[in-house]
Design a protein around this ligand. Structure first.
Ligand code: GLU
Length: 445
């Protein structure tokens, strides 16, 4: 890493002790930025990086609620409003027991660059809670969401901060959150949240967008080598919204998706994952992958090891951060891997990324490859602002154009900075320069 940047990085790490995921995300970005600062000394002079690493605002709050047996439960809520140089803070809410400030800050930091790469007018933010929706009744989830919004409402708004979903927050949770916001504020402010239901201000394609976008970005990478998804053997991790829609899109492009996972194990289905059954088990019944294996013949369910033990030519990690380590990466490379498209945020460890890059595997980092979700959220905001709703085909075409555009921006930035095919460098520099220019223009903010 460039010595000037190393000093800034060390200060950031020391100022934010114990937040290992945030440290990882910051260090990865800093490793790419040396050449930018050679060309743009004004960014260093104006301390853009120091400012970028300090969130504009961080909100931490108590979320009290009662469970179905009448007992009082307390969770912690977060919203980190990281950067608003390009637009209102934009990013999802994650409800998962692992959530703490370091996770929210890593996600918010990534979101700044991701959102810049989309070309849409959105800043970066992220939030969530250590609440675990798993095993909770709809009524408990509703009471939690209502309590969460009873604090959050004062911090958000269509021109201020626009939350959406992430792990543990889907259409059901966005519905409860929106209902409570509307009740407290007495405003039908559609643009305050995205990921809404289609009959009350949501956008077609938003549910599919992250998974579809990941596959579209990966297809663009494959095209640079004269290849495509057609005939590829694909392994996907996860089995939530992103994974399911990535599987559907990869199969529509002619790939065979042979495995996917949840936090208890993975399934191998050599005939190709049955997306209809997977949706029924995971989305309708809110069940586990084990149930998928029980209901389909010829499927094995494996509880030990990792889904990355299954050979693939294309890997789509769509579960969570640091789920694919150096050992798994080396194994995949040995077994003929061509490309990786990250549907999740930072699913590959730094060692894994190094293994992929050294082996010449096409590697699409999450902040580029999974930007289709937030980009379609920005399309939802556009529809809300104009009180319009677009057709599925029109919205999908917009998503495709945006993903092809992000691929082009990353690839051409990597070329410009002398490292062709390095999408990590292209995404980090491409996103950074856009935000840094805006921050410079707006004075000392
Ligand atoms: N949570 C998603 C992400 O990581 C989507 C955010 C949004 O739609 O605002 O980008």
């Amino acid at each position: 890493m460039d010595a000037r940047l190393e000093a800034v990085r060390d200060t950031v790490l020391a100022r934010n002790p114990g937040e290992s995921e945030f440290h990882q995300a910051v260090s990865e970005v800093f490793e790419s930025l040396g050449p930018v600062h050679d060309r743009h000394p004004e960014f260093l002079e104006a301390a853009i990086l120091e400012r970028l690493c300090e969130p504009e605002r961080q909100i931490i709050f108590r979320v009290p609620w009662t469970d179905d047996s009448g007992r009082v439960q307390i969770n912690r809520g977060f919203r980190v409003e990281f950067n608003s140089a390009l637009g209102p803070y934009k990013g999802g809410l994650r409800f998962h027991p692992s959530v703490y400030l370091g996770i929210v800050k890593f996600l918010g930091f990534e979101q700044i660059f991701k959102n810049a790469l989309t070309g849409m007018p959105i800043g970066g933010g992220k939030g969530g809670s250590d609440f675990d929706p798993r095993g909770r009744s709809d009524a408990e989830v509703m009471r939690f969401c209502q309590s969460f919004m009873t604090e959050l409402y004062r911090h958000i708004g269509e021109y201020t901060d626009v939350p959406a979903g992430d792990i543990g927050v889907g259409g059901r949770e966005i519905g409860y959150l929106f209902g409570q916001y509307k009740r407290i504020t007495n405003r039908y402010e559609s643009g305050v949240l995205t990921g809404k239901g289609i009959s009350w201000g949501g956008s077609l394609v938003r549910p599919e967008a992250t998974g579809f976008g990941t596959v579209i970005f990966t297809e663009e990478m494959l095209k640079t080598r004269g290849s495509s998804f057609d005939g590829q053997r694909v392994v996907v991790s996860g089995s939530g919204n992103v994974a399911i829609n990535a599987i559907a899109k990869a199969q529509a492009l002619g790939a065979s998706v042979v495995a996917c996972s949840d936090s208890s194990g993975y399934v191998v289905d050599e005939a190709g994952i049955d997306v209809g059954l997977l949706r029924q088990v995971k989305e309708v019944e809110r069940g586990r992958l084990k149930d998928y294996a029980l209901r389909r013949s010829g499927v094995s369910y494996v509880e030990t090891g990792s889904v990355w033990d299954v050979d693939a030519t294309v890997a789509l990690p769509c579960a969570t951060q640091n789920e694919l380590d150096g050992g798994a990466a080396a194994r995949l490379v040995r077994n003929g891997l061509l490309a990786v498209g990250e549907g999740a945020n930072m699913p590959s460890t730094r060692e894994a990324v190094a293994v992929f890059q050294e082996a010449g595997v096409l590697f699409g980092p999450g902040k580029a490859a999974n930007a289709g979700g937030v980009a379609t959220s920005a399309l939802e905001m556009q529809q809300n602002a104009s009180r319009d709703s677009w057709s599925f085909d029109h919205t999908e075409q917009r998503l495709t154009d945006i993903m092809v555009g992000i691929h082009h921006r990353c690839a051409s930035t990597a070329d410009e900075y002398g490292d062709p095919g390095n999408y990590v460098l292209g995404a980090n520099i491409g996103g950074f320069v856009k935000v840094a220019d805006a921050m410079l223009a707006q004075g000392l903010i």
